[in-house]
Design a protein around this ligand. Structure first.
Ligand code: SAM
Length: 196
């Protein structure tokens, strides 16, 4: 059951470095910031990375001047992030749907939203809106193609994502990703949205 931390924790325990872990930040940190900052996202604000795993993206964002919280509900993920990166980032073992940390100025979401069971998507969008300050930014990478595999991650057509996001957000950018990791190239797209 992907809704429970045990599901994810067991994968970290059994695989050490799960298939999704690239051992470094995704190039999409650069691409998403390059899109969001000109669209009005505040440089140097407070960001959260839900489902941060071993924390590579969170630390990359910290190195770009943001104050960052890396959040994951799997204990081994948070232990691994602390072990790798120490206290450069605030690490939190918490569930994205129920955490009372925040609010934040922005969310960097890479492989957390797409990992959700599809029935939870509207609730996840609500959680993002609730965890942001008014006008806060949601930066998300998504898959429109998962090579026919059963999820997670789950594919989601761009038009459906626009519809979901527009319940709580103004969509500022929605288009194919240009700088994906080679293993994901041609299958990812990016959303930049501002909380209404
Ligand atoms: C596919 S992994 C991606 C990890 C990391 N973003 C990366 O790219 O290496 C999804 C992560 O989301 C976490 N996760 C899933 N549902 C969550 C929730 N409700 N609250 C917090 N973390 C969650 C899992 O524990 C897992 O570490």
């Amino acid at each position: 059951m992907t809704t429970h931390p045990d599901y994810w924790n067991r994968i970290y325990e059994e695989e050490g470095r799960p298939g999704w872990d690239m051992d470094r930040a995704t190039p999409l940190v650069e691409e998403l910031l390059g899109l969001a900052l000109p669209l009005g996202m505040r440089p140097g604000g407070e960001l959260v990375v839900p489902g941060c795993g071993y924390g590579h993206d969170a630390v990359e964002l910290e190195s770009k001047g943001f104050s960052v919280t890396g959040l994951d509900f799997a204990p081994i993920a948070i232990q691994g992030a602390m072990h790798r990166y120490g206290d450069r980032v605030t690490w939190s073992q918490a569930d994205w749907f129920t955490t009372h940390l925040g609010p934040w100025d922005g969310i960097f979401d890479h492989t957390c939203f797409v990992a959700m069971d599809p029935v939870r998507r509207p609730a996840y969008v609500d959680a993002c809106a609730e965890h942001l300050r008014p006008g806060g930014f949601w930066l998300v990478a998504l898959f429109h193609n998962v090579n026919g595999r059963p999820g997670p991650p789950h594919a989601l057509p761009m038009a459906e994502m626009r519809h979901l996001a527009e319940a709580r957000f103004e969509v500022l950018h929605l288009a194919e990703a240009q700088q994906s990791h080679p293993r994901r190239a041609g299958r990812e797209y990016l959303l930049v949205a501002r909380r209404r």
